[in-house]
Design a protein around this ligand. Structure first.
Ligand SMILES: Nc1nc2c(ncn2[C@@H]2O[C@H](COP(=O)(O)OP(=O)(O)O)[C@@H](O)[C@H]2O)c(=O)[nH]1
Ligand SMILES: [Mg+2]
Length: 266
């Protein structure tokens, strides 16, 4: 299902079209009355905390051993926003098939399907293995998932004196690959800011822009046929202990409390 037209039309009627400033080929974006989001990423980059930042309350538990998707709702500037937090994948070992199934279930928890997958990546070192594991797990949703994905950078405060753009350039081809897959859609979230703050509204506008560009939301039913069996390449004998529950240790950039990058609306 490529279109969310009834929703968009209704929303457009209610709020009118918006033009994206500074973009000559600007597409019309619509203020959606409802936005459905699924948060993805490996374990511990800040998926649940990002969910809390969006919801504006401590609704998602920050737990290393999360096994199940959790859904919460709130209202953001007149929109009904649903956030599905997923357990994520293991960064240092194979993800058990049952975890993969739960991950995929996330997309069907917000029917008829998410407007956006928020792919959470902590600022810092992003390796070839990270890229391969990210690709393996994101592609469980089918290739078309990329049309509906925005990278959310967390831990941006570690950047201190360099801009996010410079970090992206410096980080190299693995991170570039991910950004290219989602047409360089990314957004920096500051998880230290809680409650009322324009960043959440800006993120919703970014989602609305993507929905307008891509012509709708992600329909889990449609992708079903192209999906590979979940247990392909899985070795059931593998140890399923959690090893991946840690933030990616990053960068040598050092920690700072000062956030020096602004949320982007590219
Ligand atoms: N400094 C910093 N810590 C963060 C950020 N996002 C998450 N965290 C912390 O990282 C840990 C893991 O966060 P959590 O949301 O549970 O990760 P999840 O496994 O991806 O859901 C928690 O201790 C959070 O407080 C961030 O942007 N900056
Ligand atoms: Mg979590």
């Amino acid at each position: 299902m490529e279109a969310d037209r009834s929703l968009q039309t209704a929303a457009r009627d209610a709020h009118g079209p918006e033009e994206e400033a500074g973009n000559a080929a600007a597409l019309e974006t619509s203020h959606l009355s409802e936005i459905r989001l699924v948060v993805l990423g490996w374990r511990w980059p800040g998926k649940s905390l990002t969910g809390n930042t969006i919801i504006g309350r401590e609704e998602f538990r920050l737990e290393r051993a999360a096994e199940f998707c959790v859904k919460r709702q709130t209202e953001v500037e007149g929109r009904q926003v649903t956030v599905v937090d997923t357990p994520g994948w293991f960064s240092a070992q194979d993800t058990p098939p049952s975890y993969k199934q739960e991950l995929v279930r996330g997309a069907s928890l917000c029917p008829p399907g998410p407007h956006a997958f928020l792919l959470v990546i902590p600022v810092g070192m992003f390796t070839e293995v990270d890229r391969a594991r990210l690709e393996e797990h994101v592609s469980l949703f089918g290739e078309r998932v990329w049309k509906h994905t925005i990278v959310i950078f967390t831990w941006a405060e570690v950047l201190r004196t360099i801009s996010l753009e410079r970090y992206i350039r410096r980080e190299g081809k693995e991170l570039q690959w991910v950004l290219e897959k989602c047409k360089r859609r990314y957004f920096v979230i500051n998880n230290y800011i809680f409650g009322e703050h324009p960043q959440v509204g800006h993120l919703m506008e970014r989602v609305e822009k993507m929905v307008a560009e891509e012509g709708g939301y992600y329909d889990p039913e449609e992708v079903e046929e192209e999906k590979k069996p979940l247990d392909e390449n899985q070795n059931p004998a593998r140890d399923v202990r959690e090893l991946g529950a840690r933030p990616k240790q990053n960068s040598g950039l050092g920690l700072s409390t000062a956030l020096q990058v602004e949320p982007l609306s590219n």
